[in-house]
Design a protein around this ligand. Structure first.
Ligand SMILES: [Zn+2]
Length: 145
């Protein structure tokens, strides 16, 4: 299975159009329209968020033997890995789960006054929730604007 040059999704292109991002596979990067560039950027940001989840899940596993709340941490690690896989596939269910997850993360960090994590939660929420990212998750592409 080929990998899309623009969104890096592993999906079979239909008539050279990626089913995920809607971008023509024969198009050079410099020839992309403004909207296609925005979609490409949004896709890369989603993959960046997925990478953060992989790292987050990995850290949870690494510190697992040293903490008292192992069950909670293990569950948190699993959630991170599931989100990472889902986001890499631009899965709509992962999008919905991620929004709920970031929202909860934002609330918890607001209550605990974790000033570092609040902007992280907001950034992640923006990465998956902006209109270009949403268009990818909903496969509403290509679409004119
Ligand atoms: Zn694509």
């Amino acid at each position: 299975m080929k990998q899309c040059k623009s969104c890096l999704a592993r999906a079979e292109a239909i008539a050279d159009i990626c089913p995920v991002c809607g971008i023509d596979q024969d198009k050079l990067r410099k020839d992309l329209t403004k909207r296609e560039k925005r979609i490409r950027g949004a896709a890369r940001m989603i993959r960046f968020a997925a990478m953060l989840h992989l790292i987050g899940g990995g850290i949870c596993i690494m510190i697992l033997p040293e903490v008292g709340v192992q069950m909670a941490l293990a569950a948190f690690a699993i959630v991170n890995f599931i989100l990472a896989i889902g986001l890499i596939r631009y899965d709509y269910r992962a999008y919905k789960a991620a929004v709920v997850f970031y929202f909860a993360l934002g609330i918890v960090n607001t209550i605990t006054v974790n000033l570092f994590a609040i902007p992280v939660a907001l950034l992640l929420l923006y990465i998956v929730g902006n209109s270009n990212a949403k268009a990818i998750f909903e496969r509403r592409l290509p679409e004119s604007d």
